[in-house]
Design a binder for this molecule. Structure first.
Ligand SMILES: Nc1ncnc2c1ncn2[C@@H]1O[C@H](COP(=O)(O)OP(=O)(O)OP(=O)(O)O)[C@@H](O)[C@H]1O
Ligand SMILES: [Mg+2]
Length: 362
């Protein structure tokens, strides 16, 4: 018989790879229930035979919510890796909804009356388990379709396991036309067991506390250290691109995994990005690894200005910044127009290196 999730967890704790946490242990039987049910069900069949086969009732899923860094994603990944079935998928919720919107767009082009139906059918046909990281709904276009989309998925044998920072009742809080969204909350509550991961420990913060987060100069050694930090923070999760949709434009963040984004100064400050883009970025990530900040001056005034805006957005959003730079903050910008404004940036960069600097629960 394969090792139970509690067994795996206890073994990892015994090996010193994780700290044993009663709140984390307490949710494992719930995940084990889902695993056992899924492993006991027959696999879905593709093709025509699959289309007409009777759909098994989906096992109740899990909505695991709680404050940042409590280990929700870690537990979901442990579960996902252990579930021994073929038709499973783990995806960042934001990325999933972007795929759905793109598929709807394609379906509408073919002139179907109801675009959601073929899109939902495609998803349900090939999946029995759908794991989402970071369910949150901020976009009205998403809010208006999730109800019908998930109704189809739930009634066609798809079990959903998701993490979130919010309790279901607070999803799309204060959103436009929220009354149209409320039925989705009821569906979540009836198809998923809602569980708060009430651990007192923010493990992400614990890991980063006392660890240097600003490296200068930006040499090979700094790069190797950032590589190690990145691997450590994203271990076991797939790296995705993060596409932020801002006023109809797409802003691409080259690497994103488990709340951590990684980009170079060039990616973020040498492109025509503005305050709205940086705010959206700060909203979407917990940690930003920003590499290769150069010396700034009137020569690269536009880049410098964007950098100031970026740091302001990260500061407001209490995002953890890990950076490599040509020099220490107060020597990054020492001549030319903008020196005065940069003083605030430099002071913020120093404050953001502090041990207690981190994102509060959403
Ligand atoms: N019991 C533990 N012992 C040691 N490290 C842990 C433990 N639980 C989680 N971690 C680590 O702490 C970090 C944060 O955990 P994780 O990403 O799972 O949190 P989260 O609840 O998903 O946070 P968020 O809400 O920000 O997405 C990860 O690097 C994870 O591997
Ligand atoms: Mg998470």
């Amino acid at each position: 018989m394969s090792e139970t999730l509690s067994g795996i967890y206890t073994r990892l704790a015994g090996e010193g790879r994780i700290d044993p946490d009663p709140a984390q242990l307490a949710v494992l039987p719930e995940l084990e229930r889902i695993r056992e049910a899924l492993e006991a069900q027959p696999e879905k069949r593709g093709g025509l035979r699959g289309l007409f086969a009777k759909t098994p009732n989906a096992e109740k899923g899990l909505y695991l919510w709680g404050g940042v860094g409590r280990g929700k994603s870690m537990l979901m990944d442990l579960f996902f890796a252990a579930v021994d079935i073929e038709h499973k998928r783990r995806v960042h919720f934001h990325a999933f909804m972007q795929e759905v919107q793109a598929a709807l767009h394609e379906a509408r082009k073919t002139g179907v009356d109801d675009a959601i139906l073929p899109v939902a059918r495609d998803i349900a046909q090939s999946l029995r388990l759908l794991c989402f990281d970071e369910m949150q709904i901020t976009d009205i276009a998403d809010a208006m379709i999730v109800g019908r989309l998930f109704e189809y998925l739930f009634s066609h044998g798809v079990t959903v396991v998701t993490t979130s920072n919010r309790v279901p009742d607070d999803l799309y809080k204060d959103g436009l036309n929220r009354q149209l969204f409320v039925p989705f909350i009821d569906q979540l509550k009836s198809h998923l067991v809602v569980w708060e991961l009430a651990s007192p420990t923010d493990y992400r913060q614990q890991k980063l506390t006392g660890m240097p987060s600003y490296f200068s100069p930006a040499n090979a050694e700094a790069r190797a250290t950032l590589d190690t930090l990145w691997r450590d923070m994203t271990a076991g999760t797939g790296v995705e691109r993060l596409t932020l949709k801002i006023k109809g434009r797409d802003v691409e963040i080259p690497a994103f995994a488990n709340g951590v984004a990684r980009a170079t100064f060039y990616d973020l400050c040498a492109q025509p990005l503005g305050p709205a883009d940086y705010l959206a970025l700060a909203e979407a990530v917990r940690v930003l690894i920003l590499e290769d900040i150069p010396r700034l001056s009137s020569e690269n005034y536009n880049e410098a200005k964007r950098f100031v805006t970026l740091i302001d957005a990260l500061y407001e959003g209490r995002v953890r910044l890990i950076a490599s730079a040509a020099d220490v903050p107060d020597k990054l910008y020492i001549e030319g127009e903008g020196t005065f404004e940069f003083e605030r940036t430099s002071s913020r960069l120093i404050e953001m290196q502090g041990a207690d600097w981190a994102k509060e629960a959403a």
